[in-house]
Design a protein around this ligand. Sequence first.
Ligand SMILES: [Mn+2]
Length: 248
Amino acid sequence: MSNAGKTLFISDLHLDADHPAITRCFLNFLQKASGCDALYILGDFFEVWVGDDDSSSLTETVANALFTLAANGTRIFLMHGNRDFLLGPDYASRCGATLLAEPAIVDCYGQKVLLLHGDSLCTRDIEYMKFRKMVRSERWQNDFLERSLVERHMIAQQARQQSREKSGMKASDIMDVTPQEVLDLLQEKQVNLMIHGHTHRPAVHTIRLQEPINGRDEAVRIVLGSWDTKGWALEFTANGYDLKYFPH
Ligand SMILES: [Mn+2]
């Protein structure tokens, strides 16, 4: 089976040494993806990332597998999520991948597609948006990366703990994208198709536009799934797209 003419989009694998089934599922997925045109990983690829210098058997196994895919001709793109926003150019190059800043507009078989992780659309979570602004600043990141690995892991652990406690108390619509934010971004970028992850609510949404974009009064928002209980991938070809899932 040839994968030429196919592009794949995935996100939210949350790879973690404590969940080897997800890593196995991903390595399997890569073998089947061999020869595809491109692979886009739209953030939260790893559950936690405290710096490219924190290498482990997990990070090296994953990098080697991606590098093999790249060596066979697949272009690989990595976008930051809210967990792995410190993933840097060193690790990306070990994967044979290119880091892609969000939001990105790419051409997929003649169609303009807007890509992002998705957390920036969840603007009703005001507390999180403040946290995001802080940790995405160069100053915070430089300060963090100067700390020892032990310290960095402790800080990341605390942040995850706090986020878990707070998420449990937030209304579920606060944790989802703000519909107006989606519309504004589509208008600003003049794109009819958006792909993101983050919310763990896989779906293909058709959106009615009040103001047409590229002469069309509809847009589509595709949400990728998280890999916690099964794998998810969007397959994109010149003939259309298909959001698929598969068992671990
Ligand atoms: Mn996320």
